[in-house]
Structures are given as C-alpha cells and as structure tokens.
Design a protein around this ligand. Structure first.
Ligand SMILES: Nc1ncnc2c1ncn2[C@@H]1O[C@H](COP(=O)(O)OP(=O)(O)OP(=O)(O)O)[C@@H](O)[C@H]1O
Length: 607
C-alpha cells in the first residue's frame, strides 16, 4: 500500500514522492535527456579531436608529395586541425559540465529518495542497522554514482565512436593495414570478459565486504573506546580491527592475484609501443612488398594510437564502474526496505484507550518474542511492565509507537488499529522515552520542543523546570540557545531528562516509557515520577519499571515471561497472590536493601 500525498508526513519534501519515475530505477529515465546530451557532446568532441590528426596526415602527404607546395592545401589542413581542436575542447568541456551537473542532481535525488525511504521504514529497522552502514550508503555509496553519470557514458560512447570513425577512414587508405592495426585492440577486448567472470565478481564483493568490516570495526572501536579503556580491554578491541584488516589483506591479495595477469596483458596490448610495433611491422611488410605507398603509413601511426587510448581509458573506468554498480546495489537494498504500510484512508481514534489484541511478534521467522499478548491500558492509568531480561518488555512497548507491526493480532488506539492511523495522528497521540535517547545537534530549546516546534519559551522552561533541568540549562554557555553536541555536552541522566521534557511538552495522551536504570540519579528519578504523575489525570502510561517505587505506584502490573503475560493485577493484589510478581518484588527488595548496605529499602510497599 503506498500512501497518497496527503497521508505523508508534513516534513516530507515534495520531491520525495514515491511516484512513478521517482524510484532509483526511474532516475535514468528522468535524466535520460541529460545523459543523451552528455553522450552526444562527448562524441562530437571526440570525433572533432580526430581532425588535428587527420590534418597532420594531410600535411604529411602534401609535404612529402613531389612537385611545388600547395599552400592553399596546407593552410586548409591547418585550419581544419585548429577548428577540430577548438570544437573538441568546447564540446568535451560542455559534456563534462553537463555530466557533473547531472551527477549532482542524481546524487541529490538518490539521497532524497533514501531520506524519504528511511523516514518511512519501521523505526525498529533503523535501530537494528549499524550507524556506519547507513552512513556509508547515504554518503559514499551515493557518491559512487559519480563515474557512472559524469564519466562513463561519454567515455563509453567515444570509446566506440572514435575507433569506428578512425577505422572507416583507415579502411579507405588500406584495408590490410587497418586489420593489422586492429589486432592490439581486438586482443584487449578479448580479455575484457575475463575481468567480469563470476569468480572475479565474487572476489570484488569479498573486497567490499572486507572494507565494510574494517569500517564497522573502526566505528565500533571508536564508539566503545571509553568502555574498552576503562576495562583494560584495549587489545581485545584492537584485535577485532586487526583481524578485519588482516582479513582484508588476504582478500585483497586474492583479488590482485586474480586480476594482475589479465590487467598486465591488457595494458601491454594497449600500450603505445606495442601498437606502434604492430603497425610498423605490418606497414613495413606492405611497403617493402610494394603494395602500399610509404606516405600511407602516417595515418596508421597517428590514428592507430588513437584506437587504443579510449579502450585503455575504458579499462581504467571499468573498476570504478564495477564499484559504482555494487554501491548502487547497496543503495537499492535500502530503498527496497519495506516501509511501514500507511493507510489509504487514515482513520481517527476515538479517545486514547490502548488495547493489544492477540499480539504476536518475532524479529525472525520461527522465533516468537511475543506470544499472544492481550491487554488494555485505560486512560488515566499507569501500567508497569516487569519481567526478566529478554522476556520481551522492550519489544512490547515498541509496538505502540510502531517501531514494528505485530506479525499477528493488532494494537488499537481509541478503538482503531494503529496501522489505520496516519503517522502524524499516531505521533500526536503517543510519545516515548526509551533508553537510547538521541539528542539532535541543535539548541536545547529545539531539542526539548522537537514535537512542538512552535512551542513558546515559557512552555519549554516550564517542562525543563519539571524535570529539574532549568538551572542546569541556565548554566550552559548560551542557556536555552546552547547547541548540544557543539557548545555543550550533557550527562546521560540529563539527556534522559531532556527526553522526558520532550515527551511532557508534547502532551500526548499516551506515554510509553522505559525507566532507565543506567541513569538512576535522584533528579532523573524525580523527572520520571513527574512524567508518570499526570495532573490532568487522563494520560495512558505504559512503563517498563525497574524501580520498586514505580511498580508500587502503578495501577496495574503486568509480569511478562518469555513473551507472555503470566500475571496481571494491582501490585498489592499480586503481592498477596505470592506468585511470580511476589518473587520479583522480594528479589528487588533485597537488592535494594543490599544497595543501602543493609538499611531499610527505599521503596514503599504497594498501595
Ligand atoms: N532487534 C532485534 N533483533 C532480533 N532479536 C531481538 C531484537 N531485539 C530484541 N531481540 C530479542 O527479543 C527478545 C526480547 O528482547 P527484549 O529486548 O524485548 O527483552 P526485554 O524484556 O526488554 O529485555 P531487557 O530487560 O534486558 O531489556 C530477546 O531474546 C532478544 O534477544
């Protein structure tokens, strides 16, 4: 199902519509005329480039011919040569200009397509991808189309047209020496298929994969460097990088071994000395045999070299071309990622009661992480989700903001399947604070007001006060205008509180929260509590609870085990039942007691 234009998010630029001709495949069609112009200009330039050579041939003929010098002929040849040179200069420059312009446009279009697609893929798809991997696709891989657009079409066309025109001319001079002159090119062309065997393609793919492994190992090493240093595991982390680099060396050597023989043979066949040798040997034989005039050798010497040069250039471009083809393959793979289906006719939710009906979900086929979840979250209630690590808590809460769609069953908001809601509608209703908070390289104010871009400063300050950040922000170099990540860095707890402030300012009726244990400072705990306490009293809250306080204050507790709800009810009721929840409670209470060195646990008893 594709979304009609009106169903797209407000931020989608108009050029990103996935309409016909706006796919990666549609790009060559969209820029077809431009590409044709690049080819035509290049061909005219290249053919005009033959004129100076022919002029030299003519001059040779005139100067070598017996009798008085025909000045008119000489000047005509010089003029033709000069004009040819000028035309060549102008046209190849124009071709290159248009090619680079097109290249810029196509790269922009591809990046827009990628941005549009990345904006529509499930959020969960993005969180599973490595950052380095996607950055490479959007950056380097898109840039790799450069030779494909700016250089290859023109070079490819002239590599055919120039030799063809030259050959036609040479045939008119002497067909036998023409055939001899063609021998080096024919030899080189015969070697081309050996450069594109499946084995070589595999070797090239292995080379790319090896490079990607190095990039990932480097990114991971740099990202985790602080942890690695702190735990003295520097060598271990280096090892991943070194292993990747060594693996790459082996792959590279295999690739070089496979290609070097063919490449050397091609270079030899196309090298000027070899071509000259062939032409001279053939020409001498014909001249001494008396079947060709000595002056006729000149065009073969001049144009013969011109036959091989474009083919040699093509050979160099071939590797770039292969690399571009593989890069485009990776771009296409991202573009082929299934977007979350959007409804053709978005429905409107009635209220903000959340319901999960028979929800099943697995990241991979055959391995279910959620196995039939039924639950109702009523407005004005806080539901705490507890359960052992890996039981599926994060997966479950991520279904509400549509990180993924359930494989079976449905998530309903206000009685409507969230798949039937427009994105905008869903994110107006549901906000989330998960552990992995990303701040934008933007001002503090913009970061807090992400969901409400036109919020006034007063509101931003109000939520910042609620999460205990106001004083801290005032201490930043430029207060609320400080650009995060550039002018100032925030701590983990402060980052969490920015995310909570963001959610509070959005005032969505549904809030999904993962209580981060990593940042359990008193201020962040207070911020979480203010997020859970709703003055208006009708917010629907689902929280992955790690602290007993949160559990104790919840209206309902759900105990999740192995993807299924094994217990549900009020905390006091569950405690009285002495089942899974009671065990969880006791375990956490003794942990909390240990933390306070045997003192009384901080958490109160369930209501
Ligand atoms: N992106 C993913 N791709 C594949 N499997 C995943 C992914 N995320 C989680 N899982 C798997 O799904 C199962 C449930 O994970 P989930 O993170 O939902 O559990 P959790 O209860 O939130 O755990 P924790 O409390 O440790 O965060 C685990 O077995 C996990 O390995």
């Amino acid at each position: 199902m594709t979304a009609p234009p009106e169903a797209r998010g407000p931020s989608a630029p108009p050029d990103t519509a996935p309409a016909a001709g706006r796919s990666a495949e549609g790009l060559p069609r969209r820029y077809g005329w431009g590409l044709a112009a690049v080819v035509l200009l290049q061909v005219i330039g290249a053919v005009a480039g033959l004129a100076p050579l022919l002029a030299v041939v003519e001059l040779g003929r005139v100067l070598l011919s017996p009798g008085p010098l025909d000045h008119g002929h000489v000047w005509a040849a010089v003029a033709v040569g000069a004009v040819g040179l000028l035309v060549r200069l102008l046209f190849t420059a124009a071709s290159s200009g248009v090619g680079h312009l097109l290249d810029g446009r196509m790269q922009l279009a591809l990046r827009r397509l990628l941005a549009a697609r990345l904006g529509r893929v499930p959020l969960g798809w993005l969180s599973r991808r490595r950052t380095g991997e996607l950055a490479k696709v959007v950056g380097q891989d898109v840039a790799a189309v450069h030779p494909l657009v700016a250089h290859f079409p023109g070079e490819f066309a002239s590599a055919f047209v120039v030799p063809l025109v030259s050959l036609v001319y040479l045939f008119t001079v002497d067909w036998r020496l023409t055939l001899i002159t063609m021998a080096p090119v024919a030899l080189a062309v015969a070697l081309v298929p050996l450069m594109a065997t499946p084995g070589r393609r595999r070797a090239e793919e292995a080379l790319d994969a090896g490079m990607a492994r190095i990039a990932n190992a480097a990114v991971e090493f740099v990202q985790g460097i602080s942890v690695v240093k702190a735990f003295g595991g520097g060598e271990r982390a280096h090892r991943a990088f070194i292993t990747a680099a060594e693996g790459f060396t082996d792959t590279f050597l295999r690739w070089v071994r496979g290609v070097s023989g063919i490449a050397a043979a091609m270079m030899l066949a196309l090298s000027p000395p070899f071509v000259l040798l062939v032409v001279l040997a053939g020409g001498t034989a014909l001249i001494t045999g008396g079947s060709m005039a000595a002056a006729d050798l000149l065009p073969f010497l001049l144009l013969g070299l011109g036959l091989t040069a474009p083919v040699a250039a093509l050979g160099h471009g071939f590797d770039d071309l292969q690399a571009a083809r593989r890069a485009l393959g990776r771009v296409r793979e991202v573009l082929a990622a299934e977007p979350l289906p959007e409804p053709a006719r978005p429905a409107a939710p009635h209220g903000h009661r959340v319901e999960l009906r028979g929800v099943r979900f697995g990241y991979e086929p055959g391995r279910e992480v959620l196995r039939g979840i039924d639950l109702v979250l009523d407005p004005g209630t806080v539901t705490a989700l507890v359960g052992p690590s890996g039981s599926g808590k994060s997966t479950l809460v991520q279904l509400l903001p549509r990180f993924f769609d359930p494989t079976e069953g449905a998530v309903l908001l206000g009685g409507v399947d969230i798949r039937e809601l427009a994105d905008r509608e869903l994110y107006r209703a549901v906000s989330f604070v998960f552990q992995d908070v990303r701040l934008l390289r933007a001002s503090v104010e913009e970061n807090i007001a992400l969901a409400v871009p036109h919020a006034d400063r007063g509101d931003v300050v109000r939520v910042a006060r609620t999460v205990d950040l106001h004083e801290r922000i005032l201490r930043l170099p430029r207060g609320y205008d400080t650009v995060l990540g550039e002018e100032a860095e925030l701590s983990g707890g402060e980052t969490q509180r920015i995310a909570i402030a963001r959610a509070l300012l959005a005032e969505t009726p549904v809030l999904v929260l993962d209580e981060a244990t990593a940042f359990a400072d008193p201020q962040t705990e207070r911020a979480v509590r203010s997020a859970l306490a709703d003055p208006a009293g009708d917010r629907t809250v689902l929280v992955i609870a790690h602290r007993l306080e949160t559990v104790a204050d919840a209206d309902t507790v759900l105990v999740l085990e192995d993807g299924a709800v094994v217990e549900r009810g009020g905390p006091a009721e569950l405690l009285a039942r002495d089942g899974r929840f009671a065990a969880f409670w006791r375990a956490h209470r003794s942990a909390a007691a240990d933390e306070t060195r045997g003192g009384a646990p901080r958490e109160g008893a369930p209501r």
